[in-house]
Write a protein that binds this ligand. Structure first.
Ligand code: AHG
Ligand code: MN
Ligand code: MN
Length: 298
C-alpha cells in the first residue's frame, strides 16, 4: 500500500471515532480560542487530539492543524530519503481542519473534517491529495488524487467505505452559496452575487463549507464564494486546512477554484494559518466571477 493510502486508511478510522463522538450532545465551549480567533468547542479539541494522535504514529514528516498554533514536525531533513523512490511517508505533511462548521453543532447541522496531504512543503502546488469527511445523516468521505474526486459512504454494518461515484461537474449549475457577512461585502462583489440570483440561481447556504461545497458537487455544479470583505481583506477561510484541499477536489471534478482572478493552488503560503478569498464552482460561474472581478476595484 502506498503512503497516501496508508494515511487515508488511518484517517478513516479516526473519522468513525469522531462521528461517534458527535452523537453525544457535546456542545460546550472551552475558554480558549485558536490562532484564527475562533472560540474553541470541546469537540474541536477532542477531534484535533484524535487526528493528531493518529498522525503522530504513522511516520509522516509532520502536520499542522487549524486548532494548533504551530506545525508539529517529526522529520526535518528532506535529504534523508531516496527521492527516486515512490513518495516516502517521511516526506508527507498533513494540514487539517479537525472540525469544520463546528458552530453548527448545537443546531445539529452537517459538519465535517478536511485534510490536505502535501509533499515536503505546505504550499498549494505540492498538494497531492485532498480529503473531507462529512458527518451528516450518513458518514461520507471524498478523496481527490490522481485527477479524480471520488465519493464514498461508510457502511456501519460491514465497517467498509463503499464507493458511490466519481464527481463530474457540468458546465453550469443552479446553486449560489454566498459566504461572508453581507454588510461587509464590497459593492462589486454584491453585484456579482445578485447577478447570479437574477439569472435564476437558488440560494443554498448552511454556513459550513463542507456541506455547502458537497451539495454543489452532488448537484453537478453551482458557485460557492467566501470573498474579501471590508472587515477581513484576506477572507476568512484558511489556505492549508480548508481552501487548498477543496481546490483540488473541485479541479479534479472538472470545476475550478480561484481567489477572484488566480488559481488558488498556485497561491504562495508564508504562514500556516494564512487565509484567502476563495471561489469554487463549475466553469461558467467561475468565468462570471473572473469577468466581474476584473471590473472591481476593491
Ligand atoms: P470552522 O468551524 O473550522 O471555524 O470553519 C467554519 C468556516 C466554514 O465552514 C464556513 O464556510 C465559514 O467558516 C462560515 O463563517 P462565517 O459564518 O463567519 O461567515
Ligand atoms: Mn473550518
Ligand atoms: Mn475547524
Amino acid at each position: 500500500m502506498d503512503a497516501i493510502n496508508k494515511i487515508i486508511q488511518e484517517l478513516q478510522k479516526a473519522a468513525v471515532q469522531v462521528a461517534n463522538l458527535l452523537q453525544k450532545r457535546e456542545v460546550e465551549y472551552t475558554h480558549g480560542s485558536n490562532s484564527s480567533g475562533d472560540n474553541q468547542l470541546k469537540v474541536d479539541i477532542l477531534a484535533d487530539k484524535l487526528f493528531g494522535n493518529i498522525l503522530s504514529e504513522i511516520g509522516i514528516k509532520g502536520f499542522a492543524s487549524e486548532e494548533r498554533e504551530s506545525a508539529v514536525i517529526f522529520y526535518d531533513n528532506d535529504n534523508m530519503y531516496d527521492t527516486n523512490q515512490e513518495i516516502p511517508m517521511q516526506s508527507l505533511l498533513v494540514g487539517f481542519d479537525p472540525l469544520d462548521g463546528s458552530s453548527l453543532i448545537d443546531s445539529n447541522l452537517t459538519i465535517g473534517s478536511i485534510f490536505g496531504i502535501y509533499h515536503s512543503e505546505f504550499i498549494g502546488n505540492k498538494l497531492l491529495c485532498g480529503i473531507y469527511f462529512l458527518y451528516g445523516p450518513r458518514l461520507e468521505m471524498v478523496v481527490a488524487r490522481d485527477k479524480k474526486s471520488l465519493h464514498y459512504l461508510y457502511n456501519y454494518a460491514t465497517h467498509t467505505w463503499d464507493f458511490i461515484q466519481e464527481f463530474a461537474l457540468q458546465e453550469k449549475g443552479k446553486i449560489n452559496a454566498p459566504g461572508g457577512t453581507q454588510k461587509e461585502w464590497f459593492n462589486g462583489h454584491k453585484k456579482i452575487i445578485e447577478g447570479f440570483f437574477q439569472e435564476g440561481y437558488r440560494l443554498r447556504y448552511s454556513g459550513g463549507m463542507v456541506a455547502d461545497l458537497h451539495q454543489i458537487l452532488c448537484k453537478g455544479g453551482g458557485i460557492f464564494s467566501y470573498p474579501a470583505t471590508k472587515d477581513s481583506r484576506k477572507g476568512k477561510l484558511r489556505k492549508l486546512f480548508e481552501v487548498f484541499p477543496f481546490a483540488l477536489i473541485f479541479e479534479n471534478a472538472g470545476g475550478e477554484a480561484i481567489d477572484g482572478q488566480n488559481r488558488l493552488l498556485l497561491l504562495d503560503t508564508k504562514s500556516i494559518h494564512e487565509t484567502t478569498p476563495c471561489f469554487f464552482g463549475s466553469k461558467r460561474e467561475i468565468n462570471k466571477i473572473i469577468e466581474g472581478y476584473k471590473k472591481i476595484s476593491l
